[in-house]
Design a protein around this ligand. Structure first.
Ligand code: C2E
Ligand code: MG
Ligand code: MG
Ligand code: MG
Length: 269
């Protein structure tokens, strides 16, 4: 079989790619009827004030349990949904449902963090959705924090500057999500109206042992503080991580150490 090895390897690679494409097609197809079949649900993860241990807000995270494919992570299906209008349907459903679930449980100071893809930003549909949340669901603009990943922001910088300023004018808060993973020039921080940076959990993970990660976190905290931007650390899993972040002046944190993402019924208990 020595002779066939080269071709065999090639064929193996093709099969791999084929399987990937097949999975993406299944996801794309499955997403079209996921909402009407009630396969989507929302979970909420608290963000905690480190000083007072009070709840600062909840981040809304989407869950999909497909009848055909089983549970699928948002990291896998959101990028597929973003390639079509499906993302707009999912976002509408997500924001209205989150308002209905959370607003009865929140006080005026607590925020609802929603993950938004900048590609769906702007346009009538987006504005109508925001207005619907405010007028029909009783959301106060200051209770909403729109999270945009640093990577997506950099891809659509010009559009993002305009759209984020519009949100800010309405009194809606803005957070840069997965901060530190975008490999970007930081000059955009000056141009953008930002309320929070969410420090990506990859920097938090090894904070106890990795001096480079410690240095990066300290730099992010110092920079945010001097720019007057709030900080939320993601993925805090241990007491030691918490201690370090607190000692460096980080205000707010989120992670399994405090709570896993929960259904609204779990929050009520
Ligand atoms: P993200 O916005 O950075 O959300 C944080 C992710 O970290 C969530 O994963 C959450 O479950 C996870 N996490 C929280 N605490 C910990 C921890 O202590 N340790 C570890 N290892 N992980 C933790 P999830 O729910 O799988 O979401 C993945 C990504 O999918 C989100 O990243 C967000 O970018 C995207 N996403 C989720 N829901 C939506 C949505 O409704 N719309 C859009 N556009 N994107 C969404
Ligand atoms: Mg997020
Ligand atoms: Mg994040
Ligand atoms: Mg993240």
């Amino acid at each position: 079989h020595a002779k066939a090895l080269g071709r065999g390897c090639y064929a193996f690679f093709d099969v791999d790619l084929d399987q990937r494409n097949h999975r993406l097609m299944q996801i794309k197809h499955g997403l079209r009827h996921a909402l009407s079949r009630n396969e989507m649900s929302l979970v909420y993860q608290p963000e905690i004030h480190l000083e007072t241990r009070e709840i600062f807000g909840y981040e809304v995270l989407m869950r999909w349990h497909s009848e055909e494919l089983g549970p699928i992570s948002p990291s896998e299906f959101i990028p597929v949904a973003e390639e079509s209008d499906i993302i707009a349907d999912l976002t509408s459903w997500m924001m209205l449902q989150a308002c209905r679930d959370l607003l009865p449980l929140l006080n005026d100071k607590m925020q609802i963090g929603v993950n938004i893809s900048p590609r769906q930003f702007g346009g009538d549909r987006w504005l109508t959705l925001i207005r619907q949340c405010i007028d029909q669901e009783g959301l106060r603009p200051s209770q909403l924090c729109v999270e945009i990943t640093e990577g997506a922001l950099i891809r659509d910088m010009e559009q993002a500057v305009v759209q984020l300023s519009e949100l800010r004018k309405l009194g809606i808060r803005v957070a840069i999500d997965d901060f530190g993973t975008g490999y970007s020039s930081l000059s955009y921080l000056k141009r953008l109206p930002i309320d929070f940076l969410k420090i990506d959990r990859t920097f938090v993970a090894d904070i106890e042992t990795d001096q480079d990660d410690q240095a990066i976190i300290c730099a992010i905290i110092n920079m945010a503080q001097s720019l007057g931007i709030g900080l939320i650390a993601e993925g805090v899993e241990t007491q030691e991580q918490l201690k370090f972040l607190k000692s460096q002046g980080c205000d707010i944190a989120q992670g399994y150490f405090f709570a896993r993402p929960m259904s609204v019924d779990q929050i009520k208990c």
